[in-house]
Design a protein around this ligand. Structure first.
Ligand SMILES: *[C@@H]1O[C@H](CO)[C@@H](O)[C@H](O)[C@H]1NC(C)=O
Ligand SMILES: *[C@@H]1O[C@H](CO)[C@@H](O)[C@H](O)[C@H]1NC(C)=O
Ligand SMILES: *[C@@H]1O[C@H](CO)[C@@H](O)[C@H](O)[C@H]1NC(C)=O
Ligand SMILES: *[C@@H]1O[C@H](CO)[C@@H](O)[C@H](O)[C@H]1NC(C)=O
Length: 484
């Protein structure tokens, strides 16, 4: 029974995968300004169509949409935000959870955490989470350097309109503030201001979602909307200070914010800037580059961040990873038994191979900086850095629990941990021969990929279906029956 259920899931998965090229065909025209070479490729595990969702003089945001796999999980989308020096992404909340990764530059992110405005300075390599529905703004504080952010957009809680839906709090003519949807008299009453004062507040902004600001250190017109009273901060601090253990638990709770607080601060038109205070105990950011690699050898290193390392991830159900492969190294063929993986190539070039459960090649694609790939749960895959230089990639997994990739090849792989007599029988070779073959690779996880060109171990694309080793076939099906 259980097996049948899993097979049904697999079937569904494959059906969805079949229909992917059609989906891409429909959305093909929408991207605009895409590399033509890319347009021609129909690699189903490369997410090649990015859509501009915000574009102003001061910056832009593009989104690469993930595919929905029915019955498995909601898609994750990947966002790319670029902001000019001294600019502000106006206060908003979004129907999707976001995890920011600062690719370049420095950001100041203000967000409402338990009714409290918290500002964080983020630098290169920092990870920071904004829960769905939480109001936030983002400032590029630098006066010369652009800010580049890559973020996961988790659509689990989305209302289903587009890749995500923004609700701008600050705004005016453009972007429209969600407040402007209320009857002016209702709003004027709510704000306790005259209708002309209200009009001033609700119509002046025309710069779009990303705007230039005069002084990023001081409060801007829109940032001030979210500033709260210094007094409230101090009280909060006192409360937090008394009660450390409780705070740990509270962090796991879903954060909330209220309109009342925001309206109060608008109403009060606070001019006073609360000095950033490190003592406010809200989740901090986490720097990926400060962390010791979880795995490291001569051929590269990898880092995987889960909820035990960074508590906010437990609320999001998303993990983060970063891998640096030296020139000509490969991540050994592996599979994620519990998570779908989304990756972005940060630097370098290389290739990515993904294998169908039936043991045929699903994709063998060259990738370079900025490419986005995804690998569904259970699908075996590997990444290979070109000989030109190291390849660095980073991404998100759809599980905040420890996602233990299962390595299919290499020392410490499944081939070695499983009993060799059964496996040898499965391959129809003698046990000694099997051991000789599987012990030849001394390295694990990240392997040297030394081969004179053309690569000897790599099969030519057209005949790849026949050349895929049969053990991958049997493992792929074992996997699907072996995990729930
Ligand atoms: C509204 O503003 C007036 C004066 O500006 C003040 O007297 C009154 O108390 C305010 N009402 C509320 C409900 O805040
Ligand atoms: C990645 O590894 C290469 C050496 O293989 C090194 O030169 C490079 O600085 C590393 N990149 C990062 C971001 O650590
Ligand atoms: C393997 O599965 C893929 C995707 O479902 C399909 O396109 C391909 O024809 C299958 N190949 C074989 C040999 O069954
Ligand atoms: C296994 O390796 C050993 C040592 O290299 C060799 O003597 C032996 O003949 C090999 N056996 C098989 C079956 O390949």
């Amino acid at each position: 029974m259980a097996i049948m259920k899993r097979e049904a899931t697999l079937l569904l998965l494959l059906l969805v995968l079949f229909s992917v090229p059609t989906v891409m065909g429909h959305t093909g025209g929408g991207g605009g300004g895409e590399d033509e070479r890319r347009e021609e490729r129909r690699e189903i595990f490369l997410l090649q169509h990015s859509k501009q969702v915000v574009k102003t003089e001061a910056g832009e945001m593009r989104v690469v949409r993930g595919f929905r796999i029915k019955g498995v999980e909601n898609p994750m989308h990947i966002g790319f935000i670029t902001m000019e020096p001294k600019t502000l992404f106006v206060p908003q909340y979004i129907d999707s959870g976001l995890i920011f990764f600062v690719r370049r530059g420095n950001a100041k992110i203000g967000s409402v955490y338990k009714d409290e405005l918290v500002e964080r300075e983020l630098k290169h390599g920092d990870i920071y989470r904004i829960p769905a529905g939480s109001a936030f703004y983002m400032v590029n504080v630098h006066d010369r350097q652009n800010l580049e952010i890559i973020c996961s957009i988790d659509s689990t809680e989305s209302i289903g309109r587009g890749p995500f839906q923004s609700f701008f709090i600050g705004g005016g003519s453009y972007p429209a503030s969600v407040l402007s949807g209320f009857d002016p008299r209702t709003l004027a009453t709510a704000f306790n201001v005259s209708s002309s004062e209200l009009k001033e507040l609700m119509t002046r902004q025309q710069g779009g979602p990303i705007i230039y600001v005069q002084d990023t250190q001081d409060t801007s017109r829109w940032a001030s909307i979210m500033k709260l009273k210094q007094q409230e901060r101090l009280e909060q601090q006192k409360r937090m200070g008394e009660d450390d253990d409780a705070d740990q638990e509270e962090q796991v709770e879903e954060e909330t914010w209220t309109w009342r607080k925001l309206l109060t601060s608008v109403l009060g038109m606070e001019k006073k800037v609360a000095t950033p205070n490190k003592a406010v105990r809200s989740p901090d950011s986490y720097n990926l580059y400060d962390r010791q690699p979880d795995f490291k050898n001569d051929y590269g290193w990898s880092i995987a961040l889960d909820e035990d390392d960074y508590t906010p991830l437990s609320n999001s159900g998303i993990g983060v990873y970063l891998v640096n492969l030296s020139a000509g190294s490969m991540m050994a063929p592996h599979v994620n038994p519990t998570a779908t993986e989304y990756g972005v190539v940060l630097s370098g070039t290389g290739s990515i191979e993904v294998v169908f459960p039936n043991g045929t090649s699903a994709m063998n694609a060259d990738v370079s900086e900025g490419d986005v790939f995804w690998v569904p749960r259970y699908f075996p895959f590997c990444q290979i850095a070109s000989k030109m230089g190291p390849m660095e990639f980073f991404g998100f997994t759809t599980s905040a629990r420890k996602n233990r990739p299962q390595f299919l090849v290499g020392a410490s792989s499944i081939l070695q941990t499983m009993s060799s007599s059964e496996l040898a029988a499965a391959f129809d070779v003698s046990e000694e021969r099997f051991r000789n073959l599987t012990n030849a690779q001394r390295e694990s996880v990240i392997l040297p990929y030394k081969s004179p060109s053309p690569p000897k171990t790599r099969k030519p694309k057209e005949s790849s279906a026949k050349r895929v080793p049969s053990y991958i076939k049997s493992f792929a099906s074992d996997m699907i029956m072996g995990f729930d």
